[in-house]
Design a protein around this ligand. Structure first.
Ligand SMILES: Nc1ncnc2c1ncn2[C@@H]1O[C@H](COP(=O)(O)OP(=O)(O)OP(=O)(O)O)[C@@H](O)[C@H]1O
Length: 229
């Protein structure tokens, strides 16, 4: 389990996270929802230790962040970071040489799943296919937790649907996934837990299925209540 307890983050005099507390479990998809600038990326980067927190505690399976906990995590940023001239197959070779937990079999499987061609160069891919390669590179890492920043941002409905299918497949199953988004409507059926962020704090946290069953509300309904009140 990934656990944040009373996490604060300041950039200079600007306070970005103001006491964030939540848990994200294995085998669950947890979604951090919030408007632009609410601190979602900062939360993911804090979990990855890419930016040091100012106060509070972050643990992975009960351990404070260290080089071993880091090996349990994969971070998929919202834009592809591979060299544009690289072919997909060259990116695979690079990952294979560089990372012990790179799973080539899973990468090949996802390549087929997304109908991508390993001979294509990154720079020649459409925006949707770049997003798919980006996701593939992250999910092909054998780690217990995957953190994805805005995986659906700015891509068309068909690519979105294909990417969404990954979340219901065995490629994700017993792993813990944290996604950030501000466009929840067409992925809300995929997520187990919604965490609404506003101004660097968690303003609402709920199990999506339970919310539907107990109160008949979708994530969008709850968002309307919370953000428009
Ligand atoms: N390195 C930095 N230095 C100063 N301010 C920063 C830095 N990184 C982020 N911020 C500020 O922190 C705030 C939260 O940014 P963050 O990227 O975490 O928000 P977000 O919810 O992910 O937004 P978006 O949906 O636009 O990606 C923003 O006001 C941003 O300008």
């Amino acid at each position: 389990m990934i656990e944040l307890t009373d996490v604060y983050k300041r950039f200079g005099r600007k306070s970005i996270l103001n006491g964030v507390t939540f848990q994200a479990k294995k085998s669950e998809i947890t979604c951090l929802i919030g408007i632009n600038g609410s601190g979602k990326t900062t939360i993911l980067q804090s979990i990855m230790n890419l930016t040091p927190i100012s106060k509070g505690k972050i643990t992975i399976d009960g351990d404070l962040l260290n080089k071993y906990t880091y090996e349990k995590l994969t971070y998929i940023p919202d834009t592809i970071t591979l060299l544009p001239r690289m072919k997909i197959k060259e990116a695979f070779m690079f990952m294979n040489d560089f990372y012990l937990n790179w799973n080539q079999k899973r990468a090949d499987e996802m390549l087929k799943f997304f109908k991508l061609d390993r001979e294509d160069r990154i720079m020649n891919l459409s925006k949707g296919n770049k997003a798919k390669v980006n996701m593939l590179m992250g999910l092909a890492m054998d780690t217990d937790y995957i953190l994805m920043d805005e995986p659906f941002s700015g891509i068309d409905i068909f690519s979105r649907e294909q990417i969404a299918d990954v979340f219901t497949s065995h490629l994700v199953e017993d792993r813990g996934v944290i996604i950030t988004t501000h466009e929840i409507s067409d992925i809300e059926h995929l997520i187990d837990k919604a965490i609404l962020i506003d101004d660097g704090v968690v303003v609402k946290e709920f199990n999506t299925e339970q919310m539907r069953e107990d109160e008949g509300k979708s994530v969008v309904d709850v968002m309307r209540e919370v953000y428009h009140s």
